[in-house]
Write a protein that binds this ligand. Structure first.
Ligand code: G3H
Length: 498
């Protein structure tokens, strides 16, 4: 299914490698080199993609620039129409794209399908929202400001930024790509996509759905290859008008190197779950499992530290332990809850955090177990602030529990983190929940539910090292535009009318 049927043209069967997308065509790189995509489950090469050159990046930027000029003049309703078409093609081909997600990033098979469907919905919603918000402007008259007469009429509207560079992460190579592509296009921008290596093939299939929808040549491009070879070249390219990045620390490095252009950054999170004495502990346990262990904890919005009041900690830990025991562990093809983490280096990093916690006396609620990239779910109780896992994000199925003696202690831990993405609080007292939400220095606080980005039209933002700007469909469209004003100047009246 992958690279066949309608997707046959994106694959070079002779060389067994996927092509890149430039000038509306699927091409082979002149480098003659490819990059291997390692299946996290088998740890063997699953696919290969082109290692694009800097010259090919230059070409893509050049065509993106000229395609954008025409696209910006294309009526908004027509841009929306093409996005709707792409959304339905994407959903129609959910099976092969989901298959890529299973093989490239070990996403459980049902979640892989959900990611593609959610992406189609995002694109459609974005088309509709774009028509609403980009069709509106603002009108000001001058006599509302002291000293002015009613002689100036100011009309403002939103215009595109130019070429948007989109860099999504491995954990949502389709959804977090379209969350950048759709707002960019509806707003009249062109788009250059650099997919993550693990996830490239899913992203190439997704791009082909946009190709099949009939977008103009050069408006969308997708270059693949090693970040070490084309990463800086892309992010520092003078043709780029805005960067939308989701990922880890690389985003901080990009922010320091990028020029004077708008940046949208969604970086890491150490999302805290504060549990009060009056919380519904069954609800908390269910949300800790969903929030902490779905996609094996490889979500920036995963619950990454539980801060529970000592008086209810024993009961909560027992409830979570019982649920952890029921999680299925194994290959993504079997739709297991816990699947291999994305790479061997990720698994080694997670193991480092576990060893550090063990040395410093954390209580292991399960035995630590690893087979290749597969790490069994692990709850670590009695974690203390001197342990690395109290602060670092494992991006894996390992969850620390810190017992607290006051709500203030929990808020303090949450706010002392260098991250500030999301957090959650569990209590039956809405007044307390609101006060705690105000005190937690994170982009979002969920009351009585685990952190999550969706629904995809909700604002989504991180404080401190968790990001720059706010995402969510409406915010992303706005972010990918600038304001243009035209002022109509009337002659100053020499007499008062009427
Ligand atoms: O990994 C970062 C994603 O933005 C998380 O999205 O909350 O839908 O899993 P999610």
């Amino acid at each position: 299914m992958v690279g066949t049927g309608v997707f046959a043209e994106i694959f070079d069967g002779d060389l067994d490698v996927f092509k890149y997308y430039s000038e509306g065509e699927w091409k082979k790189s002149s480098s003659g080199k490819s990059v291997a995509i390692i299946n996290p489950t088998t740890r063997k090469t699953q696919y290969k993609v082109q290692a694009c050159t800097q010259e090919e990046v230059n070409k893509v930027m050049e065509t993106a620039k000229s395609a954008q000029k025409l696209w910006a003049k294309t009526p908004l309703w027509k841009r929306a129409e093409l996005l709707h078409k792409a959304a339905s093609i994407l959903k129609e081909h959910k099976a092969p794209i989901a298959e890529c997600l299973v093989k490239e990033i070990a996403k459980p098979s049902k979640d892989a399908v959900t990611e593609v469907v959610r992406s189609g919905d995002l694109v459609s919603y974005c088309a509709e929202e774009g028509v609403r918000i980009l069709g509106e402007g603002k009108f000001l008259v001058s006599d509302s400001f002291p000293g002015n007469q009613r002689t100036k009429y100011c009309l403002s509207s939103k215009i595109p930024l130019g070429v948007i560079l989109a860099i999504p992460p491995f954990n949502y190579p389709v959804n977090l790509a379209v969350s950048k592509i759709a707002p960019a296009l509806i707003a009249g921008n062109s788009l250059v996509l650099k997919p993550p290596t693990q996830g490239s093939v899913a992203a190439l299939h997704m791009v082909h759905c946009f190709h099949l929808a009939g977008f103009p040549k050069g408006l969308i491009s997708c270059v693949t290859g090693k970040g070490s070879e084309i990463g800086d070249f892309l992010t520092m390219h003078p043709g780029v008008g805005c960067i939308s990045f989701t990922g880890g620390d690389t985003g901080i490095a990009i922010s320091k190197k990028a020029g004077m252009i708008p940046l949208q950054m969604e970086l890491g999170g150490k999302d805290a779950c504060i549990v009060l004495e009056d919380a519904d502990l069954d609800l908390v346990a269910a949300n800790i499992i969903k929030g902490g262990f779905s996609y094996s904890g490889q979500r920036c919005t995963a619950v990454k530290v539980v801060l529970v009041m000592e008086s209810v900690a024993d009961t909560l830990v027992e409830k979570v332990k019982a649920k952890v025991a029921k999680l299925t562990v194994g290959p993504p093809e079997d739709d297991c809850d816990i699947t291999p983490v994305v790479s061997e280096s990720s698994a080694n990093f997670i193991e480092g955090l576990v060893i550090d916690a063990k040395k410093k006396g954390a209580t292991f609620c399960q035995q630590y177990r690893r087979d290749g990239n597969l790490i069994w779910p692990l709850l670590l109780d009695n974690v203390r602030p001197d342990m690395r896992i109290a602060w670092e994000e494992p991006f894996g199925p390992v969850l620390p529990v810190i017992r607290i003696n006051s709500v203030e202690e929990g808020i303090h831990h949450c706010n002392a983190s260098n991250f500030g993405l999301q957090g959650c609080v569990f209590t039956k007292d809405i007044n307390k929940a609101m006060l705690i939400s105000d005190a937690m220095e994170t982009g979002t606080v969920q009351i009585n539910s685990a952190p999550a980005r969706g629904p995809d039209h909700f604002p989504f933002q991180g404080l401190r090292d968790s990001g720059i700007g706010s995402q969510g469909i409406t915010n992303s469209i706005t972010m990918m535009t600038k304001i243009k004003t035209t002022v109509i100047n009337l002659p100053t009246p020499s007499y008062t009318m009427g």
